[in-house]
Write a protein that binds this ligand. Structure first.
Ligand SMILES: Cc1cc2nc3c(=O)[nH]c(=O)nc-3n(C[C@H](O)[C@H](O)[C@H](O)COP(=O)(O)OP(=O)(O)OC[C@H]3O[C@@H](n4cnc5c(N)ncnc54)[C@H](O)[C@@H]3O)c2cc1C
Length: 376
């Protein structure tokens, strides 16, 4: 029997935690995770939409198959987490895209036609039908699209459970920042911010938008990632008082999304700005998000405003994730941009398979890091 590789995972956000969960539970490999503060990144800020349909973007169809498989994988992950005695935070029920202004109906029709071309199962609803499905919608809201494919997960719960599941199965977590990785013979050496050295046969870099700051990665990683700032709000409504479905609303061309948890928490998002790592919480973003939300879900005006958070989506030049073996034994698992919660299921599975079996899982090759070499 061949010995299992010693694996280090750098970053314990939802991607690192997801990879560690699959490594331990599917392959019996217990990695060492390194992260100074696992709950400080985008994974705790995100809204948790699992939305391959809503996120299908013209020109990015390559990602669609992966996103659809990621959504299916989330139902399996939900089962796996429950089997391990952990909450997943997964919630079905589907999602609505509502035309909130008269000018938005034509856009909804165009979107519907696009989904038809992609073969996605989406239903067109008249305004009254949409309100029947989601009674919290404003009486003035217009027609809508509904899909059962797009759902949600409480990303905070899922992230904590994935990490807890990996640790329970034997993985370890060191609260250290990895400053550098380097290859010595057939071994990888990680140097932490206190000068400590750690050895591994294989290393997975899952440090989110900061991944490129680690020394010793291929040079194309230096400029591969950029932060796309996003501000979200967390409200709390009385149980049963808020919406029950994920609602995306278009009002005069502006999109706002509202993600209600069973706990009464309601997440509203999100701005998208290219302003570097500016973490200040802007009054304007808060105002715009609430204004656009109250247009479609006026009852939320009675909810408590609990949190205003800023996070940084790990953006890439082509908007696709960076996944795979960059050098022998060095795996990159980053660049998940605005889909990282959705993609955590499939990338966790793929990266774990690649590390455990030295193979490229079907579907992953097109996101290989080497494509960045050509660009740089
Ligand atoms: C406002 C907003 C809304 C979003 N909404 C959604 C959504 O609805 N659906 C969806 O699918 N996605 C969404 N996303 C995207 C998603 O949040 C990210 O793609 C995803 O969280 C990235 O996960 P990650 O683990 O790569 O990064 P992170 O969660 O940022 O984790 C990276 C971790 O690496 C650690 N780290 C960094 N450097 C080092 C180092 N040198 N050594 C060790 N550790 C290190 C950090 O401490 C951190 O814990 C949203 C993002 C934002 C900002």
């Amino acid at each position: 029997m061949t010995a299992l590789p010693k694996v280090a995972v750098v970053g314990a956000g939802i991607e690192g935690a997801g990879a560690a969960f699959y490594l331990t539970t599917k392959h019996g490999i217990v990695p060492s995770l390194f992260d100074p503060d696992p709950y400080s990144g985008a994974s705790q800020v995100a809204a948790g939409m699992l939305a391959p349909v809503a996120e299908a973007v013209y020109g990015e169809e390559r990602l669609l198959e992966m996103m659809l498989e990621a959504a299916r994988e989330w139902t399996r992950l939900d089962d796996a987490l429950r089997a391990a005695g952990l909450e997943s935070g997964y919630r079905g029920g589907g999602s609505l895209l509502v035309a909130s202004g008269a000018n938005d109906v034509a856009e909804i029709e165009r979107t519907y036609a696009y989904y038809q071309r992609l073969g996605l199962a989406v239903r067109r609803l008249r305004a009254a039908e949409a309100r029947e499905l989601e009674p919290a919608l404003s009486p003035s809201s217009g027609p809508a699209l509904y899909t059962e494919i797009d759902n949600q997960v409480d990303n905070r719960v899922a992230h904590r459970s994935l990490l807890a599941g990996a640790l329970k199965a034997g993985a370890t977590l060191e609260n250290r920042r990895v400053a550098e990785v380097s290859r010595r013979g057939s071994t990888w050496v990680l140097i932490d911010d206190q000068g400590g050295e750690h050895r591994a046969d294989k290393v997975v870099i899952a440090a989110g938008v900061r991944s490129g700051e680690i020394e010793g990665l291929p040079s194309y990683m230096k400029k591969a990632l950029r932060p796309i700032r996003g501000q979200v709000l967390r409200l709390r409504s009385a149980p049963g008082a808020g919406p029950s479905l994920v609602v995306r609303s278009l009002w005069d061309g502006r999109l706002v999304y509202v993600v209600p948890r069973t706990s009464g928490e309601v997440v509203i998002g999100a701005s998208a700005e290219e302003v570097g790592f500016d973490a200040t919480r802007k009054a304007r973003s808060t105002y715009e998000l609430l204004r656009d939300t109250f247009k479609v879900l006026p009852g939320l005006g009675e909810a408590d405003l609990e949190e205003v958070n800023v996070g940084f989506r790990p953006g890439t030049a082509d908007n696709f994730p960076i996944l795979g073996e960059a050098e022998p034994g060095l795996y990159l698992d980053t660049g998940h941009f605005r889909h990282g919660i959705l993609l955590a299921s499939i990338t966790g599975r793929w990266i774990a398979e690649a590390v455990a079996h030295d193979k490229v899982p079907e579907g992953m090759g097109q996101f290989a890091p080497q494509r960045l070499e050509a660009r740089s």
